[in-house]
Design a protein around this ligand. Structure first.
Ligand SMILES: Nc1ncnc2c1ncn2[C@@H]1O[C@H](COP(=O)(O)OS(=O)(=O)O)[C@@H](OP(=O)(O)O)[C@H]1O
Ligand SMILES: Nc1ncnc2c1ncn2[C@@H]1O[C@H](COP(=O)(O)OP(=O)(O)O)[C@@H](O)[C@H]1O
Length: 219
């Protein structure tokens, strides 16, 4: 029986340390919760709907008795990552740390929803590589910047356009679209109808169901 869904590890600059296997295997926890640990990674521009859809999905999962957690960029930057800014180096460290945290949650069998702009492909792919195969679900919020800017709930695009906020993603800082996201959520249908956050969350719920994350491990 597998002891843990995590096998790869990196000791970085630490020395004289040893990995201890958890006493209770991931599968036991998953059987108790009747679900499977997964990292559902939302990426997209500010205003693309990451937090809204992640939150809607989390409520839907809770209603069906699933154990979840939601890690959101704005919130995490108030605490764990409050020492990081928005340079490429700081964004990479932001994503690396939160990737590690999300891996720990998924390793406990928890459905882990992660909502960060995560603009660099390399940083997202590095998290994917740390999570066991099939347990990383990249969700690309494929929303044109024109719609994000029209929404602008925090007024940040306005500030960035006015030159009061430098290095804003999509304006004067890069966003690298995923090439092979497991799920792509668009704001409009091909015939121009707006898609609600509820519909977007429902699509994701269906995906998680189809991949077996909403039932316990097979015996
Ligand atoms: N320069 C710049 N660029 C992009 N975003 C900025 C910036 N400064 C502040 N903000 C606010 O920070 C939120 C994004 O934080 P993240 O941790 O998700 O960013 S990243 O993944 O490290 O790129 C983002 O929140 P969301 O709108 O929820 O995406 C913004 O509110
Ligand atoms: N599918 C949608 N249709 C219409 N408006 C949406 C949709 N998803 C999110 N929004 C709205 O867009 C704004 C930005 O959403 P938010 O979830 O904060 O984006 P992000 O976390 O990517 O910055 C919010 O005002 C939210 O209500």
């Amino acid at each position: 029986m597998s002891r843990s869904i995590s096998t790869a590890y990196d000791v970085g600059s630490s020395t004289n340390i040893k990995w201890h296997e958890g006493a209770v295997p991931t599968e036991t926890k998953e059987a108790t919760m009747q679900q499977r640990g997964v990292v559902v990674w939302f990426t997209g521009l500010s205003g693309s709907g990451k937090s809204t859809v992640a939150c809607t999905l989390e409520h839907a999962l809770a209603e069906s008795g699933k154990v979840t957690t939601l890690l959101d960029g704005d919130n995490i930057r108030h605490g764990l990552n409050s020492n990081l800014g928005f340079s490429a180096t700081d964004r990479a460290e932001n994503i690396r740390r939160i990737g590690e945290v999300s891996k720990l949650f998924a390793d406990t069998g928890i459905i882990t929803l992660v909502s960060f702009i995560s603009p660099y492909r390399r940083d997202r792919d590095a998290v994917r590589a740390r999570v066991p195969p099939g347990r990383f679900v990249e969700v690309f919020m494929k929303v044109p910047i024109s719609i994000c800017e029209e929404r602008d709930p925090k007024g940040l695009y306005k500030k960035a356009r006015a030159g009061q906020l430098k290095g804003f993603t999509g304006i004067d800082d890069p966003y690298e679209e995923p090439l092979n996201a497991e799920v792509v959520l668009e704001a409009e249908t091909p015939d121009g109808k707006r898609v609600s956050p509820q519909d977007q969350a429902a699509k994701l719920l269906e995906y998680l169901h189809s991949k077996g994350f909403l039932s316990g491990p097979s015996k």
